[in-house]
Ligand binder design. Structure first.
Ligand code: PLP
Length: 385
């Protein structure tokens, strides 16, 4: 089966992890800060906190921004459930903003309309979480302008987008947001097996996220309520978690970062080939905003059903039967049973529903050969006949 995504591990990556196993520290050693510095420098951002997943990063980001019960957080329905769950962890409510039919990202016009309404009803969000779907940046300048007008904070879920750019600057620089989050799950662009990172330019937010990452415990005298009892002393000043990344993961991350630009360039070469090879088929290829350079985590096509006899499910099953591990990113979050129990009916956000009825993620990863890509296209053509 050709998967939709997979990791790209080199001998150098393996050696980097083995070297940690022979070293003094398996956790809380030098590799985590080294990884944080490499990513922070790459993104031109001041602070970077490595954690054990992007889900954890989203959680500590919400906590650092003070999200709690009585607050509302908005995100897009076309995302992985973690982008919304992070608000529920904090006791807040979640609502969604429908997607742009061209980019499949949160639609800024819908956001503006919903904000105007929410202002009248006193239900403005505390935080908005735009997700850079497939690696293509949302319209961050417009979202920033709305944040300034309505007073909400911004967490960019850039789980798909490390290595991408917006207006010629690295995604992750937090120019338009309070915090940006990356995922290093194996299907994402660079991997640490499991892992994530939260980036910010705000020292106060960075220090709060560092506390939440590790039990709410500090050894920094400035954060303590009274002088240390002795050299062993630490204080728990918040209720935090153990969301730390291990040294093995960080060493893998450091080694992977050396090939990040190469990975993204390869994904672009594959995307250009798909664009050409799919030209004659009844599918819509991804639209790219001119002001973005995508990390290209995913390559999502939409089936043009006015020209296709088979159903979405039949095309999927035909591709899977032909050994192509296609997938669907994502099931609209508000249609999940857990979210229906929270009051969503499932028929809201029509663009997201329409997208879900037509989308297919084709295989996209740096190790995908052009021969295998040709197989994918032949199988797709077959399944659409
Ligand atoms: C993968 C992903 C996450 C969660 O990442 P983990 O590192 O697996 O916790 C969150 N948001 C989006 C958009 C993702 O694709």
């Amino acid at each position: 089966m050709i998967p939709y995504g997979r990791q790209d591990i080199s001998e150098a990556d393996i050696e980097a992890v083995v070297a940690v196993l022979r070293s003094d520290f398996l956790t809380q050693g030098p590799a985590v800060p080294a990884f944080e510095k490499i990513v922070a420098d790459y993104c031109s951002v001041r602070h970077a906190l490595a954690v054990n997943s992007a889900t954890s990063a989203l959680h500590i980001a919400c906590l650092a921004l003070g999200v709690g019960s009585g607050d509302i957080v908005w995100t897009t329905p076309i995302t992985f459930v973690a982008s919304a769950n992070c608000a529920l962890y904090c006791g807040a409510q979640v609502d969604f903003v429908d997607i742009d039919p061209r980019t499949y990202n949160l639609d800024v016009r819908c956001l503006a309309e919903k904000l105007a309404l929410a202002e009248q009803t006193g239900t403005l969000p505390k935080v908005v979480i735009p997700v850079h779907l497939s690696g293509q940046s949302c319209d961050m300048a417009a979202i920033r302008a709305l944040a300034d007008q309505y007073g909400f904070r911004i967490i960019e879920d850039a789980s798909h987008a490390i290595g991408g750019k917006y207006r010629n600057e690295s995604i992750g620089n937090c120019r338009y947001s309070d915090i940006t989050v990356f995922s290093f799950h194996p299907v994402k662009i660079v991997t640490t097996a499991e892992g994530g990172m939260a980036l910010t330019n705000d020292a106060e937010l960075a220090s709060r996220m560092a506390l939440y990452r590790s039990h709410g415990i500090t050894r920094d005298q400035a954060q303590m309520t009274h002088a240390a009892d002795g050299p062993w002393y630490y204080q728990q000043v918040e209720l935090g978690f153990n969301y730390r990344m291990t040294e093995l993961q960080a060493a893998l991350g450091v080694s992977q970062m050396a090939r990040l630009d190469e990975f993204v360039a390869r994904r672009h070469a594959l995307a250009r080939r798909y664009d050409e090879l799919l030209a004659g088929l009844p599918v819509t290829i991804p639209y790219q905003l001119p002001e973005t350079y995508s990390g290209l985590h995913l390559y999502v096509i939409r089936l043009q059903f006015d020209a296709i006899a088979s159903s979405h499910l039949e095309v999927f099953e035909s591709l899977r039967a032909q050994g192509i591990g296609v997938n669907l990113h994502y099931i609209p979050v508000h249609t999940q049973p857990y979210y229906r129990k929270l009051g969503f009916k499932g028929d809201e956000f029509p663009e997201a529903r329409q997208y879900y009825a037509e989308a297919i993620s084709l295989p996209m990863y740096s190790g995908l050969s052009f021969e295998d890509q040709d197989r994918v296209v032949r199988a797709l053509a077959e399944s659409l006949r």
